[in-house]
Write a protein that binds this ligand. Structure first.
Ligand code: ADP
Ligand code: MG
Length: 263
């Protein structure tokens, strides 16, 4: 592996630390010996080609797939002891949208960690969930069945669930996939709001054109971690070539010029 991973600012606490992580499906590695440190308060993109292990990295962090080797810690604790710190917005395609439940119910699921499974949500919980739905701009859809939502509305519903949870570090798997421009802008302003509140947000992202605009931290992944660190230093043509091989197109690489060399 190329040794140009930049360590997090030692001034900030480390929100996420991964060491020597290997994950394999039927003995074929999807992630190989990944080391990654993410400082608190960054908006980080995980970039890499299809099948690079981006979703697997998130699932491993959340304990949803077994690790063959390695450790993952949130503020120095394993997931089992840091659950309440971690929020997750799954890839839209991985959710059963025919499940008969309302937008408000989905938003309230963000509170289960605090409530425990046996206490029924009351007025206070409903208010918190409504607040989150307002924040993502779909309060008027609270009682709608999730099967009746557009793609953008589905995405916002899951963002609301994550907001309700009030986590410290958020994982989002391709939140911008197949949403309209208005939703994309709503999501990015929400992400910036989270960063302002010193939250850490880790986003699987595939649009290379918007990386420098949206994210201040980047991890480039292709089974191995190619590089990670501040976007201005790490999101370079050379690193993209290492990540995508010959598959970076001419239009993609225009976005890969470091910020310092643009304008
Ligand atoms: P990405 O999100 O970067 O597109 P994934 O993490 O989804 O990549 O997948 C990484 C690799 O692991 C791919 O080769 C994929 O086919 C394989 N993979 C993912 N999930 C499974 C699974 N449940 N069983 C077997 N192979 C899987
Ligand atoms: Mg994926």
């Amino acid at each position: 592996m190329v040794n140009n991973t930049i360590d997090a600012d030692p001034q900030n606490p480390v929100a996420l630390e991964i060491n020597d992580l290997t994950v394999a499906y039927q003995s074929k590695p999807a992630l190989w010996d990944v080391d990654l440190k993410v400082p608190e308060g960054v908006l980080m993109a995980i970039i890499g080609p299809n099948g690079a292990g981006k979703s697997t990295l998130i699932k491993a962090a959340l304990g949803l797939v077994p690790r063959a080797a390695g450790t993952i810690q949130f503020y120095g604790k394993p997931y089992a002891k840091a659950r309440h710190l971690v929020g997750y917005v799954p890839q839209r395609g991985s959710v059963d949208w025919d499940f008969p439940t309302s937008v408000l119910d989905v938003a309230m699921m963000g509170l289960y960690g605090q409530l425990g499974w046996f206490r029924r949500p009351g007025r206070h919980e409903r208010e918190k969930a409504m607040e989150a739905l307002q924040q993502v701009g779909i309060a008027e859809l609270a009682n709608r069945q999730i099967s009746q939502l557009s793609g953008g509305q589905q995405q916002r519903t899951f963002l609301a669930r994550a907001l309700v949870q009030d986590a410290q570090i958020y994982f989002m798997d391709e939140p911008f996939a197949a949403v309209d421009k208005v939703t994309e802008r709503a999501i990015i302003s929400m992400l910036r709001e989270l960063r302002k509140r010193q939250k850490t947000v880790v986003v699987v992202h595939h649009d290379l054109q918007t990386v420098t605009d949206y994210f201040d931290w980047v991890a480039l992944l292709n089974v191995e971690l190619i590089a990670s660190g501040p976007t201005a230093e790490v999101f370079t043509t050379d690193n993209l070539r290492l990540t995508y091989g010959g598959r970076v197109t001419a239009t993609d690489t225009t976005a890969a010029t470091p910020i310092s060399e643009q304008q």
